[in-house]
Design a protein. Structure first.
Length: 286
């Protein structure tokens, strides 16, 4: 057993480090998008001076990020409450987010004013143009992020290095314990040894998976389906798109109308997809 008395990770530090890293990546992507759009000059902007195109499209890129990115929070909440396909929710969220973005683009394009009100047809055409750009950027944005996450998932050593770097930078007391021999399970090998190997649940958090054990939890950069695959053969099942639960960890069941949650140790509540309620009941889970 090799011990590193570096920093110890509480939940707030664990959540902060991925958020900061994600924000830096997001801003870099949006900067590249803004520069690209400034160079090609879509929708007649090619006639503007390059410097003004850079200012305009970079401004639109950052404003678009501020408008479209929070939609992810709404998508997460809607997916949990409605149990609908995530792509469909993102499509609806993009349609909604394009409304304030179209208003902003219209206002900026008519500065210094006065800013006229568009007619119905003109407004719809303008909305469509903004939707094409905004929707395309959203698709590209997620594709680039997924590709970056896959590269990092292919390098488990980098994940441990990032965890140690974050611990030192944050100067939080972290006690990282590295086992002398790997468990052979790619999921368990990425969590601190002091959490043990008794996995009671997996919880999806954006592009991460929070591994809950009987002793605590830790974030792992991995797709949910990959994490679940690494627990094949365990007595458990994926009860929701965002949750996998060990059968023996279920202590109680909470019902709120049509919503069902499994109560696990340490006060954890795992959502159950409505389509799974009958199957779990028939299987004797509750």
């Amino acid at each position: 057993m090799v011990e590193f008395s570096v920093s110890s990770g509480n939940d707030s530090a664990e959540r902060r480090a991925p958020f900061v890293r994600r924000l830096v990546i997001d801003i870099a992507i949006m900067t590249a998008v803004g520069v690209f759009l400034a160079i090609i000059g879509p929708f007649g902007s090619i006639g503007m001076p390059l410097a003004w195109r850079l200012v305009t499209w970079l401004g639109f890129a950052y404003a678009g990020y501020a408008i479209y990115r929070p939609m992810g929070f709404l998508v997460d909440r809607a997916e949990a409450a409605l149990d609908l396909p995530r792509p469909a929710l993102w499509f609806a969220a993009t349609l909604i987010a394009t409304i304030p973005m179209a208003v902003l683009v219209w206002a900026v394009s008519h500065l210094p004013g006065p800013i006229p009100l568009p007619g119905l047809e003109e407004g719809l055409v303008h909305y469509f143009y903004v939707l094409v750009v905004g929707g395309g950027v959203v698709l590209l944005f997620h594709a680039l992020r997924d590709k970056g996450d896959e590269r990092q998932r292919d390098d488990p050593g980098k994940l441990m290095g990032d965890r140690l770097d974050t611990a030192i930078a944050d100067q939080d007391p972290l006690h990282v314990v590295v086992p002398s021999q790997a468990s052979g399970n790619p999921l368990l090998d990425q969590i601190p040894a002091e959490l043990g190997s008794e996995v009671i649940a997996l919880e999806m958090e954006d592009h991460y998976v929070r591994v809950h054990t009987a002793l605590g939890s830790d974030l792992v950069l991995m797709r949910m389906r990959d994490a679940v695959a690494h627990l094949a053969g365990w007595d458990g099942r994926q009860v929701h798109r965002s949750w996998w639960v060990a059968r023996g960890a279920v202590e109680d069941v909470r019902r709120e109308g049509r919503n069902v949650r499994l109560i696990l140790p340490r006060g954890i509540e795992a959502r159950v997809a409505r389509a799974q309620v009958a199957e779990l009941r028939d299987a004797g889970w509750f």
